[in-house]
Each structure stands twice: as C-alpha cells, then as structure tokens.
Design a protein around this ligand. Structure first.
Ligand code: ZN
Length: 167
C-alpha cells in the first residue's frame, strides 16, 4: 500500500469518526447537554466518546473532549493517550487543547470552529485570544480542521431548542 493510500484511509476513518462526533453533539442537546461531542480513537476503532455535560452535572470543565479523554483513559487503564486521536465536533477551547497535550494524543481533529460556536452563543473567543497560539511548528500535536457540510448541525439543534439553558 502506498503512503498516499494509507493517508486516504486515515482520512476516511476520521471522516466517519467526525460524523459520529457531530451525531454525539446533536444527541447531547436532545439529552440536556451542550452541543458538543468528542471521541478518542486509535487504529481503526473508537475507544470512548463524550459529550458536553457542563449544565447537566454542574461541572464547568465537563467539556466533550475532557469527558471523552477521561473515559478513554479509564477504559484503557492508562493516563497516556499516545497513539490515539481526539476527534471533536468543534474547535477545542484552550482548556481542552491543554488537556489534549497533557494526555499526549497524537492528533486533534475538529469540524466546526470558534466562529460557528459564537453564532450559537458560545463566544469564548476572548479566552482563545488570551492563549494566543504559538506557531504550528512549535506544537507537539497536530490540530487540524475537517470541515464537514453538517458541522453546525449541533448548534442548529441547540438554537432550535426553546428550553435550553444558556451558559
Ligand atoms: Zn473545551
């Protein structure tokens, strides 16, 4: 197999995983959580999933990415996610990016970005600005956008939910 074909396979897996993360985020809204979903995957399978549970569990750090990484570590009985990829429906906030670094994931892939989140009322851009990113070349982990056509579906569901608890 050529390296190009391998790369294509990786992208195909990531595309399927991203669809799953977006589905998790949309289901999260229906189940009383925030419109964010994430999962940790390795090789060709999903290890653990997570959704935003900030208001549901009164936990300001219960972001989807943190929830997914905690669940993955528990399942794998380890504190290191080296060799694994974090797939998240939305661009990770500075806290989740930091957590991904500490967890030593190989790669972070997101779909919606901070501007999509701001449209839905999640305007954390001032936090991103505080932690202004160093050049990509300095990062030990690749953080990449996979822009799917339905990337804002969780936010659309969120905005359409009349009894949502804004936070
Ligand atoms: Zn976060």
């Amino acid at each position: 197999m050529t390296s190009h074909a391998q790369e294509t396979n990786v992208r195909e897996f990531e595309r399927a995983w991203m669809e799953e993360a977006i589905g998790l985020a949309t289901d999260s809204v229906k189940n009383g959580g925030g419109p964010f979903g994430a999962l940790v995957a390795g090789d060709d399978e999903v290890v653990a999933v997570g959704n935003n549970q900030v208001t549901a569990t009164l936990d300001p750090v219960a972001h989807a990415e943190v929830s997914a990484m905690r669940a993955a570590c528990k399942k794998l009985d380890t504190f290191s996610l080296e060799g694994y990829v974090l797939i998240t429906s939305c661009e990770p906030c500075p806290m989740c990016l930091s957590a991904a670094l500490w967890a030593r994931v190989d790669r972070v892939v997101y779909s919606a970005d901070r501007h999509d989140a701001a449209v839905a009322g999640f305007d954390d851009r001032k936090f991103y600005d505080l932690f202004e990113k160093k050049p990509e070349s300095m990062w030990p982990v690749s953080v990449e956008q996979l822009d799917l056509p339905n990337r804002t579906a969780p936010f659309d569901t969120w905005l359409a939910k009349p009894d949502r608890v804004d936070y």
